[in-house]
Design a protein around this ligand. Structure first.
Ligand code: IYR
Length: 222
């Protein structure tokens, strides 16, 4: 089958000066993003979440197979189930399963086994990676670069939520199998992470951490 090709009409070239300003302005906005662990219970219109998800769905993916599924949970009873199951895993993690080295790396973040935000925040977006696709007759469709694709879509979602004016928390209880069970997901999907989304709690504090400077994480060749 040959693919129909169309002209790229939506591409905009900006003058170089404008590109510099746009790139710098985007960085200035992105550096304001902080992961937040205390959420307000203020409601957020679903339409905003839908737009952010549509943005995430524009991500490039292996063979454009879009190997992801997003479950948006706002039902308090389901959020409670997720919190309870996550806290079971987290109690084990913080109570002995995690090696000391890992707990030491986490110490600056001040995290522990209590996850009240899983009930407080208006939305839990549970992101699933599809290891393979399922055609209507149950036939398996091979997926490519699944974690790369889902990671890119998740990054765009986090960026979209930030630029909409909300905050998020990437939460990865481990293991996460309980999410597929609670949310009745099919066998081709595995939970990838939970993105907790909402407004920050009033007076929220965040750890005083910093990001690497360019020289520390970039090498230019040529
Ligand atoms: N899943 C645990 C532990 C945790 C692990 C990493 I790596 C973090 O950056 C943050 C937390 C928890 O959510 O507490």
């Amino acid at each position: 089958m040959t693919q129909t090709m169309i002209p790229l009409t939506q591409y905009h070239e900006y003058p170089v000066g404008e590109m510099k300003l746009r790139a710098a302005a985007f960085y200035a906005d992105m550096r304001r993003r902080r992961t937040v662990r205390d959420f307000s219970d203020r409601p957020v219109p679903r339409e905003i979440i839908e737009s952010c998800l549509l943005a995430a769905g524009t991500a490039p993916s292996g063979a454009n197979l879009q190997p992801w599924h997003f479950v948006v949970v706002s039902d308090p009873a389901v959020k409670k189930k997720i919190r309870e199951a996550a806290e079971v895993e987290e109690r084990e993690f913080y109570g002995g399963r995690a090696p000391d080295e890992w707990l030491e790396a986490l110490a600056p973040l001040g995290t522990d086994e209590h996850k009240p935000f899983l009930e407080t925040a208006p939305y839990l977006i549970v992101i699933f990676a599809q290891n393979y696709g399922l055609a209507p007759a149950g036939r398996k469709i091979k997926h490519y670069y699944v974690s790369e694709s889902v990671g890119i879509a998740t990054g765009i979602l986090i960026t979209a939520i930030h630029q909409a004016g909300l905050v998020s928390l990437t939460h990865t209880p481990s293991p996460m199998n309980f999410l597929g069970e609670i949310l009745h997901r099919p066998p081709n999907e595995r939970a990838y992470l939970i993105l907790v989304v909402g407004y920050p709690a009033e007076g929220v504090q965040v750890p005083a951490i910093s990001k690497k400077i360019l020289d520390e994480f970039v090498t230019f060749v040529g």
